[in-house]
Design a protein around this ligand. Structure first.
Ligand code: ASP
Length: 596
């Protein structure tokens, strides 16, 4: 090899250091930095340029005595977001110029040369953290949005979490296996995205709602321990924390029970938390599904604060307030949540909470306000006997300053209403919810009754195994049939869920029939699964972890869109690329489709 001198100022040559790297001990070193012009200013004949790259930013100083006239003129005319390369020498900043809020704030680079690699048009919004720019604009120019340090940090955290997860699973004997995107429907409770097949007129692939059945096939194949950082597609109405495509860490294991799957997940999560610099104690507490519904009104409780739901059904069973007694006597539930600190709210503000109750299915919302000066305001108190009222107050631990909100309905509606009100009131009252709280919610029922469709449906998915003792309940008492199932909950979000699977062909057929599939439908949709289960399927189970939500919570963001490089809007579109888009008549014809 011939010793060549490197021309660092050449356009296609790399930098010597990143913009986040230089510190005091580097003083005196000659460096070459590349990056984007973040801020530039002319200060008493010197030009200051903050040069930014993904690692941070460094102040570069152009002194007319230290650069050519040509280069000084270039520095004078730089614009925001121009791409440049600067050569110079690191020096300590004067004491009064040290910036303690900046990683490189003790030094600056005294420039000796500059090359403009590419000028930039004026960006449509400023590349700063905490900007107010509306989201549609940020998404249209997502590559500019990602240049913002906080976005870059989210992508870095996402990378760290994904790599820690991979390395934890690799170390425990898992194989990373890819499964197809063009596949057959895998029911997870949403609508499928479908793709027409050109060589098979009239036939469609479905994009996977999850790799559920394929990972089960891998267990039948003997892979034994599988994982994949898998993209899943679900065509459903989008909410703040939903995207039409999302990523999950998908895991499946053979010859395990639910304790092994949960233990594996806890070990992996401990490594992820350590890598992400977050803290939590492992192993995690477990809560029965029924207890979670009773105390928090949902199956993904935020256990970082109290304000738990209280059941009052027995106390009000014979009371004079007919709305309560009628519900209590007809198998419904009367429950309450005590919002401590809202007792002095105005009647108008309290009545507005009824909207939240209505959104969750309630016909009304009763309340009692205990003002801090010892009065009790309520439209319903007059209906209770002294004894009932005393018991009720004791049950909710009423104190001056409390606002007690009630729900009386089917247990499902009462829980939905009060769980929404509990979270709303915690926000409204600024209840502290610091740090992270992880727990398992376990032992979900196998089935639920779908009122709209008038049939039973699987609570998790229909591939879930029940304890042996519950098998006969599939036909006899489906709502009493338990299941081997576990959800991982973090800060009030379900971040993962899994089950032990059915590995027996006949049992699988029974469950599919219980949820309303006829024999032909079972064969047509799931024939390959049932056949595989009859050809030496080992007992197996697994879990899937929502990567987007996990990273969102670790990054302390409010939306998964903030931790996805190219997310979609709430109408499922991408303002940057313009997807979804129309296709030509020829393309439609090729796939044997016509538009109505
Ligand atoms: N396939 C399930 C889901 O995507 C997870 C699992 O059971 O492993 O929610």
């Amino acid at each position: 090899m011939t010793g060549q001198t490197i021309d660092y100022m050449n356009e296609y040559c790399a930098h010597t250091h990143t913009c986040g790297q230089l510190r005091l001990p580097d003083a005196g070193t000659e460096v070459v930095l590349t990056g984007w012009v973040w801020h530039n200013r002319d200060h008493g004949g010197l030009i200051f340029v903050d040069l930014r790259d993904r690692a941070g930013y460094t102040q570069c100083v152009f002194d007319p005595d230290c650069v050519s006239m040509d280069d000084f003129a270039k520095a004078e005319h730089l614009g925001r977001e121009w791409v440049v390369k600067v050569r110079g020498t690191v020096r300590a900043r004067m004491e009064e110029a040290v910036n303690p809020n900046m990683a490189t704030g003790e030094v600056e680079v005294l420039a000796s040369a500059i090359a403009v690699l590419n000028p930039s048009a004026t960006p449509p919004f400023s590349i700063e953290d905490g900007i107010e720019t509306d989201e549609a604009t940020r998404m249209k120019w997502r590559y500019l949005d990602i240049r913002r340090p906080e976005m870059m940090e989210s992508l870095r955290l996402r990378h760290t979490v994904a790599q820690a997860m991979r390395s934890a699973l690799n170390a425990r004997g898992f194989l990373e296996v890819e499964t197809p995107i063009l596949t057959k429907s895998t029911p997870e409770g949403a609508r499928d995205y479908i793709v027409p097949s050109r060589p098979n007129p009239g036939k469609f692939y479905a994009l996977p709602q999850s790799p559920q059945l394929l990972k089960q096939m891998l267990m039948v194949a003997g892979v034994e321990r599988y994982y994949q950082i898998a993209r899943c597609f679900r065509d459903e109405d989008l909410r703040a924390d939903r995207q039409p495509e999302f990523t999950q860490v998908d895991i499946e294991m053979s010859f395990v029970g639910q304790d092994e799957v949960m233990a594996l997940m806890e070990d992996a999560m401990a490594e992820v938390f350590a890598a992400a610099g977050a803290s939590h104690t492992f192993p995690l507490p477990r809560m029965e599904y029924a207890e979670s519904m009773e105390r928090f009104g949902n199956d993904h409780p935020d256990t970082r604060f109290g304000m738990e739901l209280v059941t009052l059904t027995d106390i009000v069973r014979d009371c004079g307030f007919k709305v309560f007694s009628a519900v209590a006597q007809s198998g419904g539930a009367v429950k309450a949540v005590n919002a401590r600190g809202a007792g002095d709210w105005s009647r108008g503000d309290i009545e507005k909470l009824a909207d939240i109750a209505a959104e969750n299915g309630a016909k009304g919302m009763a309340w009692i306000a205990f003002t801090s000066d010892g009065q009790e305001k309520s439209p319903i108190v007059k209906f209770f006997s002294d004894e009932e009222y005393r018991a009720l107050k004791e049950a909710v631990d009423a104190q001056p300053g409390d606002l007690v909100l009630f729900a009386a309905d089917t247990p499902e509606v009462a829980n939905a209403v009060l769980s929404a009100l509990r979270l709303h009131m915690a926000d409204a009252l600024g209840v502290e919810r610091a740090g992270h709280a992880l727990l398992w919610v376990v032992n979900f029922p196998m089935f639920k009754y779908d009122e709209a469709e008038k049939r039973y449906a699987a609570e998790h998915h229909p591939f879930t195994r029940m304890p042996d003792g519950d098998i006969d309940k599939i036909e006899e008492a489906p709502l009493e049939c338990g299941s081997y199932s576990y959800d991982l909950v973090m800060d009030g979000y379900e971040i993962g869920g899994g089950t032990i699977r059915i590995h027996e062909a006949e049992l699988q057929r029974r469950v599919l029939k219980r949820i309303g599939l006829g024999d032909d439908e079972v064969n047509e949709k799931f024939g390959y699964l049932i056949e595989a289960l009859s050809l030496g399927a080992p007992p197996h189970g697994g879990i899937a972890l929502g990567l987007d939500r996990l990273v969102m919570l670790l990054a302390q963001k409010d939306s998964i869109r903030d931790v996805i490089a190219f997310p979609k809007t709430s109408s499922g579109s991408c303002p940057m690329t313009g997807a979804p888009d129309t296709v030509s008549a020829r393309q439609l014809k090729e796939v044997n489709l016509g538009l109505r």
